[in-house]
Design a protein. Structure first.
Length: 401
């Protein structure tokens, strides 16, 4: 949470399959083994289809042969634009459709200070306050942001604000928000603060977001470029808002790349991606009577609600031809974080009534949980592993349908 913090280790995350997969004597259930063999046959194709975008971005950015090579990389472009936004404004409105906004909220809630927006600028490390808007918001929320933007301090930097549009914003509410904040659809919004900046982040092939020229006057409106694709997990559309907030996106990508390599190289029986993908099919096969494959419901820490919304809106959509009972069938996967970044109760003597195990961030698995995800800590590298693991597991599930 501190602006300057030591670089934590890079322990891998762990997935524990349902308890019935392993018998008391350590033998694997024959149905689970057959699913492992099935997944092994599609793993190569899934790995090829999903590509190595994160590794490619890191490789291009990490080139030390010449500074020019690094400056040509997509990741350098994202970080450079983020730096420009941080140095120009103190308040940023991020606008995106449901899945895109949920992903940004997840990154902000897990990797930033829990009360980032309440801290003064110097305690935020010079990073702007960030507010997000999406289809689940209402008019009162939008008006509340407008009211907050009208607050003036007399400081040019602290009064400046900007807009980051993530993805194409195809939903009606987000389109209205873009017109209101970025294109001057509301005459009061154009002179709320100056200069105003608009950034449009797209998951386009180049990976480079574009930045408009800051307005010199509050009477000028700024039109963002139009992103052509939805925001992806590790594209400019998600990485740019994270970088503006000071999140270590390089470390996030390193975690994703580590999980991608683990998926390609680890044997199926010790592969967390394969294991994640097979739980639903194994539960369906073990059910009596047999039914459709249930859907996963993640149970993360409370501040990670964006993960649930992102996963539900992006992956494993129900079969439209399935019966309502099958569509509603689901299983729970708790996410346990073993170590938090801060230890506010460290001064309480061991054994004190106020000191409990769950204060360290540990979460007991629900008695009805089918499987469990164990995360060593809450940081960028771990979150990169988790997001890439869920993305690849969804691709395996889709290939086995």
């Amino acid at each position: 949470m501190s602006v300057l913090r030591p670089r934590p280790p890079t322990d891998p995350i762990e997935h524990r399959p349902p308890s019935g997969v392993l018998s008391a004597d350590g033998h694997i259930d024959p149905r689970w083994r057959s699913f492992l063999e099935l997944a092994e046959r599609v793993r190569g194709a899934v790995a090829s289809a999903c590509g190595t975008e994160t590794e490619g971005m890191l490789e291009a950015y990490g080139t030390t042969r010449s500074q020019a090579r690094r400056r040509d990389s997509a990741l350098f472009g994202i970080l450079d634009v983020a730096r420009g936004v941080r140095e120009s404004v103190d308040r940023v409105i991020v606008i995106g459709d449901r899945a895109d906004r949920a992903l940004v909220d997840l990154l902000l809630s897990t990797c930033c200070h829990p009360h980032h927006d309440a801290l003064p600028r110097h305690e935020r490390g010079g990073r702007p306050r960030i507010w997000t808007l999406g289809p689940d918001d209402d008019d009162d929320t939008v008006q509340g942001i407008l009211d907050a933007l009208r607050t003036q301090t007399g400081d040019r930097l602290l009064d400046a604000w900007g807009v980051v549009q993530v993805g194409p914003c195809r939903e009606a509410f987000t389109q209205d928000c873009v017109r209101l904040f970025a294109e001057g659809g509301d005459p009061t919004a154009r002179h709320v603060a100056a200069p105003a900046m608009v950034v449009a982040a797209a998951a386009d092939p180049s990976g480079h977001p574009t930045v408009s020229v800051p307005a010199a006057s509050g009477d000028q409106s700024i039109s963002p470029s139009s992103p052509r694709e939805s925001a992806g997990v590790f594209t400019a559309a998600s990485l740019l808002p994270a970088a503006i907030a000071g999140i270590d996106v390089v470390r996030l990508l390193e975690g994703a790349a580590a999980m991608a390599r683990r998926f390609r190289e680890a044997p199926a029986e010790a592969n967390p991606v394969v294991s994640l993908a097979l739980v639903g099919r194994w539960l369906a096969a073990a059910a009596d009577p047999l039914g459709g494959v249930p859907r996963r419901h993640l149970l993360p820490p409370r501040r990670w609600q964006g993960l649930v919304e992102w996963q539900a809106s992006r992956f494993a959509p129900p079969d439209p031809h399935a019966s309502p009972a099958i569509v509603e069938a689901r299983f729970t996967t708790p996410i346990t974080v073993a170590e938090c970044r801060r230890a506010p109760f460290a001064t309480i003597p061991r054994g004190s009534p106020g000191r409990t195990a769950d204060r360290r961030g540990a979460r007991q698995a629900s008695p009805t949980a089918a499987d469990q995800l164990l995360l060593p800590r809450c940081d960028e590298h771990t979150l990169g592993q988790l997001l890439e693991g869920l993305r690849l597991a969804a691709a395996i599930e889709a290939s086995l349908r």
